[in-house]
Ligand binder design. Sequence first.
Ligand SMILES: [Zn+2]
Length: 131
Amino acid sequence: MESLPQDELEPIKKQLLERRSALLNEIRDELKRSDEQRYIDLAGRVHDSGDEAVADLLVDLDIAIVGQHIQETRDIEEALRRMKEGGYGFCETCGEKIVLARLQTQPTALRCLACQDRYERSYAQQGRPKL
Ligand SMILES: [Zn+2]
């Protein structure tokens, strides 16, 4: 599978890792602020784990207050996976290289602009699935 050149990939990867750390901190805080015991238990586990483990832990969770942050974390995990396994930076739909400027502003983008546009239009018609 194709990959982006390392000098294009590295800064984006750094950006993703920083965003992931920030997100995980926010999720930790959100869990801490919640007074339900299961969130507190979870926050304890989250607190003791490294970022990698936290991301795994959060993948199957569906907690409303952190739902969006968890979704974003998943998107980042997916982008990082594709960086490692290949395919990152190429449109999932048409296979073309996604323009660098798009990846820089939206590093988790899966599609080129044209395909994303089409995807969102058909997606919007089906209605948004619940997180
Ligand atoms: Zn495309």
